[in-house]
Write a protein that binds this ligand. Structure first.
Ligand SMILES: [Mn+2]
Length: 287
């Protein structure tokens, strides 16, 4: 299926495609194992639709990340294996390209990281839930197991975690692979500094406060404010090279455009911080 790309208004915004695109966004509407509220399969297109209403320049960084080119992809996704092979095809794009994946449910994350085949990668995980169960509702690939299924690919620093099962508390107390924080604070920054230089960034939107982000499958009180998530992004992109990111678990509803718009804004903020820290002055904006 073809359609509008990210930031493309069907009426008057010109295409964000350039000869060279430093941002690639893949829409991954995968939903197999959600247990509470259904609808994450509609998340990617809701983000694209909302993105048409975002201003191109960043209001604080005063740069236009779209000038570095954004390519929006709608790959044929049938199962986790097809997501893994799609990610592995994109891995060939090279280090100057930031890959983004819009979910869909959180179980896409380990499939993507596996497909990228990074040797020494750290994982930054924004979420309300640790997702460290070995199995949930009879499935090891449940979205509640996404963190556990990512541990073999790299050490994980989690932020925003405020809901834990007995099994997850026990796992965290014995694991030296996962550090879990409730708040965005100095300890979390230190933990991120301790990760390898290349990181994968996974943002489950329920990590953000439900006062702002209500349209998620498994909401949880508490969570990061908008200013905190921006500070986190600024910190991560300044300290590390982010090879790829995902934004998952948007469960859009007709009655709640704030969540979809906030998710779209977050995706573009990620691009803006990457452009600010890694592209401006180093590569020329593409034609
Ligand atoms: Mn999650």
């Amino acid at each position: 299926m073809s359609g509008r790309g990210f930031l493309e208004d069907k009426l008057d915004t010109p295409s964000t495609l350039r000869d060279t695109n430093h941002f690639v966004l893949s829409l991954i509407p995968y939903e197999e194992t959600t247990t509470y509220k259904k609808g994450t399969c509609h998340g990617p297109e809701a983000i694209i639709e909302a993105s048409a209403h975002i201003e191109l320049p960043d209001e604080t960084l005063r740069i236009d990340a779209s000038s570095f080119g954004i390519e929006t992809l709608r790959p044929q996704i049938t199962d986790l294996r097809s997501i893994e092979s799609h990610a592995s095809e994109l891995a060939a794009r090279g280090d100057n390209t930031l890959l983004g994946f819009l979910g869909g449910e959180h179980s896409i994350t380990p499939a993507i990281i596996q497909g990228l085949r990074k040797k020494d990668v750290g994982i930054i995980w924004v979420d309300a839930h640790a997702d460290l169960r070995r199995m949930y509702h009879g499935r090891e690939d449940n979205h509640a197991c996404a963190g556990r299924n990512s541990v073999s690919f790299g050490r994980i620093v989690q932020i925003g975690i405020r809901s834990l099962a007995h099994e997850e508390i026990a796992y965290l107390s014995r694991s030296d692979r996962v550090q879990s924080f409730r708040y965005w604070a100095e300890q979390a920054k230190d933990a991120i500094r301790g990760l390898p230089g290349v990181v994968y960034l996974s943002i489950d939107l329920d990590g953000i406060s439900p006062t702002l982000m209500r349209a998620v499958g498994t909401p949880e009180p508490g969570g990061l404010s908008w200013e905190e998530i921006l500070e986190l992004l600024d910190f991560v992109f300044a300290e590390k090279r982010v090879c790829a990111f995902d934004v998952v678990e948007l469960c859009p509803g007709e009655e709640d455009v704030v969540s979809s718009f906030t998710a779209a804004r977050l995706v573009y903020k990620i691009m803006a911080y990457h452009a600010h820290h890694k592209l401006v002055g180093k590569v020329s904006p593409s034609q």
